[in-house]
Design a protein around this ligand. Sequence first.
Ligand code: SF4
Length: 431
Amino acid sequence: MSLQAGRLSDAQIAQNFSDLHPPLSDHEALVAADRCYFCHDAPCVTACPTTIDIPMFIRQIAAGRPREAGKTILDQNILGGMCARVCPTEELCEEACVREVAEGKPVLIGQLQRFATDAVMVADSHPFERAAPTGKTIGIVGAGPAGLAAAHRLAMHGHDVVIYDARPKGGGLNEYGIAYYKTVDGFAQAEMDWLFGIGGITLKTGQRLGDTLDFDALKADHDAVVLAIGLDGVNTLNVPGEDYGQVSDAVEFIERVRQDELDTVPVGRNVVVIGGGMTAIDAAVQARLLGAETVTIAYRRDRGAMGASRYEQDLAASKGVTIRPNLMPVEIAPHAIDLAYTEASAEGLRATGETITLPADQILVAIGQALEDPLGLERTGRKIAVDAEGRSSTAGVWAAGDCAAGGDDLTVTAVAEGRDVAESIHQSLMA
Ligand code: SF4
């Protein structure tokens, strides 16, 4: 049989899926904080999409005040705990750190951020207070990073917020779409529950736009609406043999790894992942950790064009994943895939005429998603068109996160956009 669950022992699986970066001890955090120069006009802050005051929070850790440090982070990024775990820090704050530039060894900003935010989350009380009630109500569709960040900021300003989500649980990509070993011990749900501690936020699950949730009714029921629905449609390969049965969506595979018991998730003996972004890496690494013998990422362009960071590419390689750039699928057979070599040309990417066949009893497709139903709103490309404050083409409707045009498809960018549309809505409603 090709696909099989439980290829490894329970003990091996538990070891493979343990915390990627275990938390720093108090002593390790002090040593790491001590390396910071507390730069004026710090480049790490400029590189952070949520502009966290990094030298300030590191100084607070160094002074033995981790909860204050956590509050400094959360003022700017209410999901600072998740971002500390999943941000590509090596391409953001840590890449910009002067100690990376000078010595090739940055201050461990991400791990220090986790240390500080963890300290806040175990405290008895929520560190933010609500303003006096405004009597305004805001409907947010999508309980992922953008929706949660918007909800918290709006609740803080005294508005009542209802979040609608299609799935049985909130959290969006944090809960369903990120590798298990980056966010262990149910952290996504714990962080969301903690965020709701501010009060004034109601989560309604099982509410799918166009199905159980009507867009016009939503607009009529609320003073403002935020669409934070992510992307839904999954692009297909469009090659012969796609219906042989071993082809599936990498997003669904990652979701099963996150939601099901790990020893029940079927995985192939020889797995090929098509794509070059974070989803491709997360799917490939987890297939390997579940016991696949060979896992190959095939990406149609050169390695430098991959959406996944170099750090993530190296992580995949360290787990035994082979990354093969300049390969694109041309045909699928029952237990194999034919791929064509590609090269860049003046006319764009083209096949060289050479091909290779790889054994593949499981093919995971991670070649991007799109917004299938734009709800009558104007689009920019495959996303909802928005202005600088996140307003859509319909009055009273804002959009944030992956479904909104502009910005990287990163958790931290979604948090920044959610926070900023909340400020825009607050200004608009209170004018
Ligand atoms: Fe500290 Fe590096 Fe940021 Fe400077 S750039 S403040 S050394 S973390």
